[in-house]
Structures are given as C-alpha cells and as structure tokens.
Write a protein that binds this ligand. Structure first.
Ligand SMILES: Cc1cc2nc3c(=O)[nH]c(=O)nc-3n(C[C@H](O)[C@H](O)[C@H](O)COP(=O)(O)O)c2cc1C
Length: 408
C-alpha cells in the first residue's frame, strides 16, 4: 500500500517513528507529513531515513508549502491508498471534522478520496471534552476509521484515556482498512475458538497441550480483515488481536459456555482450538503431595464443543473444524466431518511435531464434495488469509447454487 502518515503535535509523536519503520518493513511505501507542532517533537530527518521517502509539511529545510509544479497537496492526496494520522491532536480532529484546510496535512485530509484512519492521543480531559467527542463522531460518520486511544498514565502525569494506541494495534488497523471486504463474510458474525485448554489437577498443576493459539489468532485477524465481526474464544497466553472481541477461557467447560452464549447470533463457527479431551475427575483443592509408590490419575471426558455446537446449528449457519492428526490424517478427518456434521475440515498433519508452535504450516480442506488442493506451506498469517479466501469462495458457490434452486 501507499500510506501517508500524518504526524501532529503531541508527545506521542516519537512513537510515529516506530510506526513508520514497521510499515516500511511490512513492504508499504510510507510518506510522512509533519505539522508545524509535530516538527517540534520529531524531525523530518528521522522520518525520511526510516521510510526512504521524502518527509512533507513543516520542514525546516523546505517549509510547509514547497514550490512544486505538481501541486503537492493534490499529488499526495491522490498518491495515498490510506491516510493515517498518528498521533492525532484534538486540533487536527477539529479542523478536519469542520472542513478546515490551514496547512499541508489538513489540506491533504480534505482532498484525499482514500480511507482516513485516526489514532488520537491527548490528555484525558481533552479526549472526554464534548467538542472533541463530537468532532470524532462526525469524522466516523464520514466513514473515517479510529484506533481508540488506550488507558494509562499519560505524558502529562494524569491517568485516564487518551494514550496513543500501541504501534502494533495501529498497524493492525491499517491492515484491516487496507484489505478489500468479501461479500459473503462482510458484516457477518463469526465465532472462532483458538488455543489450548487447561484442565487443573490442583492449584499449581494443569493438563494441557502444545497448541499456542497462533493459528486461530491469525484466522481471527484474516476474517476480521475481510469484514467479519469476529468473536474469539481464546485459551493460552497469546495477546488478543486488535479489532476482535476476545473472551479468555481456561478449561473446555468454560470454552463451551463462552461459545454457547455467542453461537445463536453467529453466521458461522471456526473451531481452531485444541480442546483437551480429558480432565482430571476430581481436581484437588490443595497442592497434591508426593507419595511413595506408583501413582495414577483418574480422567473423565470433557464436553465435545464442536459436536455440541454443530448439533444445535440452524440451516443458515456453517461450521468449520480442524483435524490435527499424526497418522491416517485424511481418513480420520473424513470421519470427523461426517460424525460431527461439519461443512469442512481443515486437515493439519501434525506428525513429527509439525503445526503446533511451528511458523510454517499446510492445511488440506476436506468437504462433503471431497478433498480440495492443499493450502500452503505458508506462514500462519498468509495461510489464514488463504483459508478465508477459500472459504469465502465456497460460501459464494453455495449461495449461487441456492439462488439457482429458488429461480430455476
Ligand atoms: C508539550 C506539549 C504536548 C502536547 N501534547 C498534545 C497531545 O498529546 N494532544 C493534543 O491534542 N495536543 C497536544 N498539544 C497541543 C498541540 O501541540 C497544539 O494544539 C497544536 O496547535 C496542535 O497542532 P497540530 O494539530 O497542527 O499538530 C501539546 C502541546 C505541547 C506544548
């Protein structure tokens, strides 16, 4: 993508250097526009060096409006696929919400037809001010996006909301706004389970598995990017992705409850969690002491989340399962597809430690029509995008087939 990064006059401007670098490393072309106040906090030299592109706007060497035969503000407005303002001052929000163009950045913001994304940062009193909130609401009503400021200790020493969102979240929001939406998933609620479950033996020991949750988190990001409203039920310790409503759970029973509460209003389920099949029959309330001689552990079955949700589904809901098998993986997956009444199973060959914790993975989709060409080997983020594209195509094929039945 070609991204304009607008940097306005707040202390958090130092973080925009990190953002510029991250975006450039992700392969984007990034051109920065500094306001005069922004240039008091960070220099054009830093930004140019990090992006390999000129830095525009308030620039001690060249000034705000450079003599340029191509009319710079229009050229930049057309060049951008996306304009992100991070950090965004109360002043810049107010100017753009009210159609004012008093410097290069505010003029580009009015002239551009590209998506605009705001990452506000300011003192919490300023952020909560009704004038600022009204300006923000007005910008959102124009179709602009926001990466909400976070809570914490602010540069002014106060504690409250107004802290610039972390750089990784801003990059996630840029990814979301830069991804074309897919008709069959846009605006639909998708429930995703991910990660390991943990079944406690006593207050310090637990039964779990080697899943990290990375694949399910990548799927959540990929479904989010094409417009799905993702609800992620997550086990394990990995951080929740930006823009995804995440519920953290520990045991299989908790995961089932969290899913059941959300299933009825979901369009589909992606069951990527590695749910423990067994749990200790009677978890001990206190730490179990060492004993002499052989020890054994009585286990009971945990609820089958995928089968439970699949059996209660309506005809307009779809269910995708995963099968992590270390032998006869296709036959095992086919029996899972049939026994649990799924629409598709993505088969993960975990022989020799593949998949769990690995960076690169391959998935083979299996539907009632048969085996589909494998997706991968790819990094988990790219693989998740392939899965989403593949599934969206299947949904469209299905919708077209239903239309033909209705209109012969
Ligand atoms: C030290 C300092 C820190 C500031 N931090 C912020 C801030 O975090 N957010 C904000 O909205 N304004 C902040 N301001 C005020 C803006 O710099 C001021 O409103 C300026 O006119 C904004 O101009 P700009 O929007 O063109 O960058 C700060 C001012 C100073 C002197």
């Amino acid at each position: 993508m070609q991204i304009i990064l607008g940097i306005t006059g707040g202390v958090a401007a130092y973080k925009s250097a990190e953002l510029a670098r991250l975006l450039a490393n992700q392969g984007h072309r990034v051109r920065c526009i500094l306001t005069e106040a922004g240039a008091r906090f960070i220099t054009p030299l830093t930004l140019t060096s990090l992006t390999g592109e000129p830095c525009y706007g308030s620039n001690p060497d060249q000034g705000e409006w450079r003599a340029n035969p191509s009319i710079e503000h229009i050229e930049l407005a057309r060049w951008a696929d996306l304009v992100v303002v991070a950090p965004a001052t109360a002043n810049m929000l107010g100017k753009t919400a009210n159609g004012l163009a008093t410097d290069l950045l505010s003029t580009v913001l009015l002239a551009t037809r590209a998506q605009v994304l705001w990452a506000p940062a300011m003192n919490s009193g300023m952020w909560e001010n009704p004038a600022v909130q009204a300006n923000m609401a007005r910008l959102l009503s124009f179709g602009h996006g926001i990466v909400e400021p976070g809570e914490g200790v602010l540069a002014c020493g106060e504690e409250g909301t107004g802290k610039l969102a972390d750089v990784a979240s801003i990059a996630e929001a840029i990814r979301f706004h830069g991804t074309p939406k897919l008709r069959s998933l846009n605006g639909r609620k998708v429930l995703i389970t991910s990660g390991p479950t943990r079944e406690d033996l006593d207050p310090v020991r637990t039964l779990t598995n080697r899943s990290t949750g990375a694949m399910g988190i990548e799927l959540a990001r990929a479904f989010r990017d094409v417009g799905a409203r993702v609800q992620l039920v997550l086990g394990g310790d990995l951080p929740a992705p930006w823009g995804v409503e995440t519920v953290r759970v520990r045991s299989a029973q908790q995961m089932l409850q969290a899913c059941e509460a959300r299933w009825a209003d979901s369009a589909g389920l992606v069951a990527a969690a590695a749910v423990a099949d067994q749990r200790p029959e009677a978890p001990a309330p206190e730490k179990v002491k060492k004993v002499q001689g052989p020890e054994s552990l009585a286990l009971v079955r945990t609820p089958d989340i995928l089968a439970t949700l699949s059996s209660s589904r309506r005809s307009d809901q779809w269910v995708l399962g995963f099968a992590a098998e270390s032998q006869n993986h296709l036959e095992q997956a086919l029996s899972k597809l049939k026994a649990k009444g799924l629409d598709a199973v993505l088969v993960n060959d975990v022989q020799g430690g593949r998949a769990f914790g690995a960076q690169v993975n391959t998935l083979t989709p299996l539907t009632h029509q048969g085996q589909h060409p494998s997706l991968g080997p790819l990094s988990k983020d790219r693989l998740a995008q392939e899965v989403v594209q593949w599934w969206a195509r299947q949904l469209e094929i299905r919708e077209n087939a239903q239309l033909q039945v209705i209109q012969p």
